[in-house]
Design a protein around this ligand. Sequence first.
Ligand SMILES: O=C(C[C@@H]1CCCCN1)Cn1cnc2cc(Cl)c(F)cc2c1=O
Ligand SMILES: [Mg+2]
Ligand SMILES: [Mg+2]
Length: 565
Amino acid sequence: MKLSQMYIPTLKEDPANADVVSHKLMLRSGMMRKLGSGIYTFLPLGQRVINKFQAIVKEEMNNSGAQEVLLPALQPAELWSESGRLENYGPELMRLNDRHEREFCLGPTHEEVITDLVRDEVRSYKDLPINLYQIQTKYRDEIRPRFGVLRSREFIMKDAYSFDIDEAGLEESYNDMYDAYERIFDRCGLEYRAVKADTGTIGGDDSHEFMVLADAGEDTVVYCDSCDYAANLELATAKVEAEKADEELEELELVDTPNSSTIAELMSELDLAAEKMIKAVLYENDEQVVLALVRGDYEVNEIKLSNLFDVVNIELAAEDKYEELDTVKGYTGPVNLDDVEVIADELVMKVVNGVTGANQREKHYLNVNPGRDFEVDQVADIRTVKEGETCPECGGTLEQTPGIEVGQVFKLGTKYSEALDATFLDENGKPQPLVMGCYGIGITRTIAAAIEQNHDDYGIKWPTALAPFTVHLLPLGGGDDVENKAQELYQTLNEAGVEVLLDDRNERAGVKFNDADLIGSPIRITIGSRSLSDGELEVKLRQSDEEMNIDADNSIAEIKELIAN
Ligand SMILES: O=C(C[C@@H]1CCCCN1)Cn1cnc2cc(Cl)c(F)cc2c1=O
Ligand SMILES: [Mg+2]
Ligand SMILES: [Mg+2]
């Protein structure tokens, strides 16, 4: 393509209120433009990248035996009532009425739609397993759309759904998708980790998220420095190494702590380490009040806590609950507190002569000992693990790094097939619920994540597999012989099947170089009057900044060599 004929409106400056690099660079390089909050237009350059990534995704999905379909974005609300999710989802689910006042939603995901399709069409175990996938626009009314397409209200997703006769079949389908995801992200040249993940609202049991490691990531990847253990911080665990200190149990003592309602204030007032503190946090779900206990140097992991209960969500107790339970916020503790379910993190049970709130204003207990001074209803892992803790699998050390979730695979089980009565007849002619898995990749989010992981101060450094163009051809000086040489090379490259962007604009060298760096094609070839006289072309590789000269008369072979590496 010739730049003079393409609509690639590059920008010199960072646009206002773009906070992360990928958002800035997708706007500045002329890939996309904002229509509204969380709503984006992809311009020709951006659309080329989407097409390239989608082609890779489709190839690997098709290779895994999945079949491409296209499901409607406009979904009858009745299906969401049938699955019970119409009530569960609030304003994030975009709803509308048609001209007959019938209620619809714009699809944020397609479990209901695909299960409705399959329950009518797939009747026998002989038709199974089957994996249907689509690449389609999704709608989620995010409360705070931000970071460009990393969290937008309309985005493109590849979502796949597998249907098997039993758990063993699901295991195979899940592993096939997991392997396909590895092939997809490997082909894109991305640095990523597949991590154990929480299934969140979708339900089911096992799940893995594919995380592109990048500072802008909102998720935190916990990984072991010695083995391949990796988990989202939401559910990462660690081996409990702490042993009980062999101190004598001291007498329980009530002390005045007038100005310390936080762990930090308490540490300085009592001159005690956080490890001696027992932090007590009150939660409530629709059934009961829970007192969560973690050691003072940890935080309560609310996802782990909620997973202990089969209720959907658990939240911090309201202010009035403290009074109702005859305690005081900031001075809450498990000693003599009634009508609460006490859940203690496993490290709390190792505390000897600890400190905790006395459920009285400005008072704490010293020398508190679990088992002697208070009982717990359940000991569980409810803390958010910290760097340096011990790997639960090999004893190595756990590290943490930010990650962008670009894909997630779930074992759904029969949650949706039972809700929608989607059954197949087994070999004995008996109806059985279909066993499902679902598998998503954020198409537009992965493109942004690739930029987060591949950029410098001058612009994007595209991995070859995703680059909108492979070669950026840059004639300088403007004389006829330079132009002719550029046209000739442009034709030859096109004929050789190399995607080349020729900057044939009548612009100064500086403008052309800046745009080449911004747009980020992997190989930049400069043609100037000097390169004609000594028969060489100047090449610069965008990823490595490496520069070299290639023989102008043998350039195609050498360029193909560069592309292959
Ligand atoms: O989408 C999934 C699970 C998988 C992900 C991979 C592809 C298939 N679905 C989870 N999820 C996330 N946000 C949602 C937002 C809304 Cl408003 C909703 F109504 C439903 C969901 C919802 O179910
Ligand atoms: Mg998440
Ligand atoms: Mg997720």
